[in-house]
Structure formats: C-alpha cells, structure tokens
Design a protein around this ligand. Structure first.
Ligand code: SF4
Length: 406
C-alpha cells in the first residue's frame, strides 16, 4: 500500500504528545519519559540555557480604557507583567476579565482611536506606548507576534494556505523598505504584490509570491509538524481541521522568530487531544526559539501542562500571580481557589461540579472595594469598602486579598 495516499488532513496525524496533562489540573510529574524525548529535552534545555533569562517585555502599571458612549471605561487596570526569555507565562480568568485586551495591547493592536493607554510596555529598551502608531509596526511580527483565538476567522477563506503564508513572508522581507519609504502598510503590501491597490491584488500575483517563498512556507509548515506541507500549502482553510488551521496560524506567527508570542486562547474550540498537541508544539517552539510566550486561557487545566508562571485576572486586574507549582499547591485568592474547584477532577465521588456564583461584572459596572466581593464566600465588612493591593506574600507569590495581608 502506498502510504502517501492515506494521509488524512487532521491534527490527529501530527506528532504524538508526551507528558502533557490537561484532563485534570494535577501537574504532570515528568514531561518526557522515553530516551528520545529525554535527549530532545536535554538539547532544548542546552539551547535555552545558552539564552540568558531576561525580560523580553516588561509591562508596568498598564491601564487600557475603551472609549464608549458612557465615556472611557478601563478594561485593564494597573497591570504589571514581566515576560521572560524561553518561559511560558499564562494569563488565566473567565471571559470578560480583560485578558485579550491585555494581550492585544502588547503590540497595540486595538483601534487607536477607541482606546487610551497609560503605563509602560518596554520591549528591548523601547517603550511601545511612547512610539507613534506607525513605528509600532516595526515591532509587530518581528518582536511580538500574536496567534488569535479563532483560526477559521483569522485565515482568509478564499486563498490557499501557501499564498497567505507567502504574503506574510513577503511583508517580512520588505518590512524595512516599507517603513523607510513611509508608506502605509496596506499600500506597500499591495505594491509588494505588484498591484497599485489592495483591492486589485490578483490571485495570479499571490501565486507568484507563493512560488517565490515556497521553500520557506514548507519549512515553516514542517516546523509546526504538519505532514506533507507541499500539499497542505495548496489547500484552502476549510479543507483543514481546527488543529491544523491553528498550526498554520502558529507557523505564520513564528515566521519572523519573534521574541514574544502572544497566544490568545489557542486551544479554544479544539478537542482535548488536539489541545494537548497544540500546547506541546507551543512548548517545544518556546524552547527551540528561546522566545517568551504569553498564553491566554480561561482554563487552568490547559495552562497546567505547559506554563512556568501564572497570573490570574479578574475584572481587569491581576488578583494573584505565582510560579505554576506554587500556585497549584498553595492558591490563596478565593477566585483562584474557585477556578480550581470548578475543574472536573474525574473522581468517582464527584457528583456535582463546583461553580463560582454570579458572573464577571460588566465593563464600567465594577463593584466598589474588592471587585470580587459580590461573588466571594469569604467576603467581610472591609471588602466592599476598600480596594486590596497586590502584595507579595512569599517570594514571587503575590495576591490581592485582605485575607492575606494589608
Ligand atoms: Fe474575598 Fe474580601 Fe479577599 Fe476580595 S478581599 S477576595 S472579597 S475575602
């Protein structure tokens, strides 16, 4: 039998995951057990140790406000984060807590006319918030790349995978030329593709671009462990499974070997097995490229598999942060404890899944004092009246709750 003829384009044929546990929030005891994996991990660690652990991006006192008909409303408030080389920093919380706003703010992807930033986002010695909007383009993709939540809506359904990836690579190659000539990106992108306007970029032009970058496209698809990359490059997004589409998005994001990869819920809507494979891929690329990853998720079980450090976000603020092991072994904030309790453990005696009562408050309708107090079982008289500060209760473990100091 010719095995080439039985390739099915789903994520299930990608490399078999090892050592990742996302079914429960128990920590994986050992990430690699067999000899090959051991050697691979050792080589990754050697590469990683050659890179000094230093902050790639340092966020301090960041506020992000949206302009609405009710005035400017803060979606992110007083957030400080340090994202280090070759580390995965997870940002966890329910939907509507400001995680995606924070992730998009790092490369200023939010519409500039609709938001106001304050604070600092330092990337390689430059404060991105102090730059003109046009100058931030130099950092997007090159220093900070983003993988968005929904790959189906991120990929253009009418162009082949290879054509879309080639366009990204073409923009990369011509980036300096683009900005040295001070032309807006869409206009230059059109020029790159040989057209005078974006609206008349033809399929023919895109195909030519793909022919030019076919080798690099295949190499990137190989990097994200897509079998038979030449064939996948000639397919349309709807012909691929969700996991494969997400791999393509990751391949496009790492095309410029960014220093920071912002992965915004990269496993949402994927089945559990595919989630594991995508997380394993992100984990291995983190080590291989020595890049930092901000992994945004609403599921603590997902981040348990790969994160080094975890920040828990509620109603626009960080309420607890600690190294993964410390956070799972010693969660302090009632919201973190609630998130962990709401995860199915798979025990026989577990009849009812615990939930956190109530919902995340709407933007601009935050309660007074501790924003979590209407949902907190442990709230007492001080909680609704004053705001707890994020304070360090142990080395590298910070929490904003009156039960733990202040
Ligand atoms: Fe609960 Fe009060 Fe702590 Fe807020 S400060 S989490 S309301 S105990």
């Amino acid at each position: 039998m010719n095995v080439n003829k039985v390739i099915v384009y789903t994520d299930s044929l990608a490399s078999k995951p090892r050592g990742l546990t996302i079914q429960g929030i128990g920590l994986p005891k050992e990430k690699n057990t067999d000899r090959t994996s051991h050697n691979r991990a050792k080589s990754c660690l050697q590469k990683a140790s050659a890179i000094t652990t230093s902050p790639v991006v340092a966020v301090s006192d960041l506020d992000v406000s949206y302009r609405t008909f009710r005035g400017y409303l803060k979606a992110v408030e007083n957030v400080s984060l340090t994202l280090e080389t070759a580390k995965i920093h997870a940002l966890v919380g329910e939907s509507g807590c400001g995680k995606s706003t924070l992730g998009l703010s790092l490369s200023r992807l939010l519409p500039e006319k609709r938001v106001i930033y304050s604070g600092k986002i330092m990337c390689k010695g430059t404060d991105l918030l102090a730059l003109h909007e046009k100058d931030v383009e130099r950092f997007r993709g090159t220093e900070i790349a983003t993988v968005f939540q929904e790959p189906m809506t991120s990929l253009n359904p009418v162009y082949k995978i290879g054509e879309q990836m080639a366009e990204a690579l073409g923009v990369k190659r011509h980036r300096d030329a683009i900005y040295n000539r001070s032309l807006p990106k869409p206009q230059m992108s059109a020029r790159l593709l040989g057209a005078s306007d974006d609206s008349i970029i033809t399929r023919f032009r895109r195909r030519k671009l793909y022919q030019q970058f076919a080798g690099q496209v295949n190499e990137l698809l190989n990097k994200v462990k897509i079998p038979n990359p030449e064939r996948v490059a000639n397919m349309y997004p709807h012909e691929l499974s969700g996991g494969m589409k997400q791999r393509v998005m990751i391949a496009m994001a790492i095309a410029e070997k960014p220093s920071l990869l912002v992965a915004d819920e990269p496993t949402t809507a994927l089945d559990v097995t595919t989630q594991t494979r995508i997380l394993e891929l992100i984990n291995s690329l983190t080590q291989e490229y020595g890049m930092s990853v901000l992994l945004i998720a609403h599921d603590l079980g997902v981040v348990a598999a790969v994160a080094d450090y975890i920040s828990v976000m509620y109603a626009g603020k960080i309420v607890e942060e600690a190294p993964k092991k410390e956070l799972f072994e010693n969660p302090l904030h009632p919201y973190t404890i609630g998130l962990m309790g709401a995860f199915p453990k798979g025990r026989k005696d577990e009849s009812t899944l615990k939930t956190i009562p109530g919902v995340v408050p709407q933007l601009g309708r935050y309660p007074s004092g501790c924003r979590f107090h209407p949902r907190c079982e442990k709230a007492f008289d001080k909680c609704p009246t004053s705001i707890p500060r994020l304070i360090e209760v142990k080395a590298n473990h910070r929490v904003a709750c009156y039960l733990h100091g202040d």
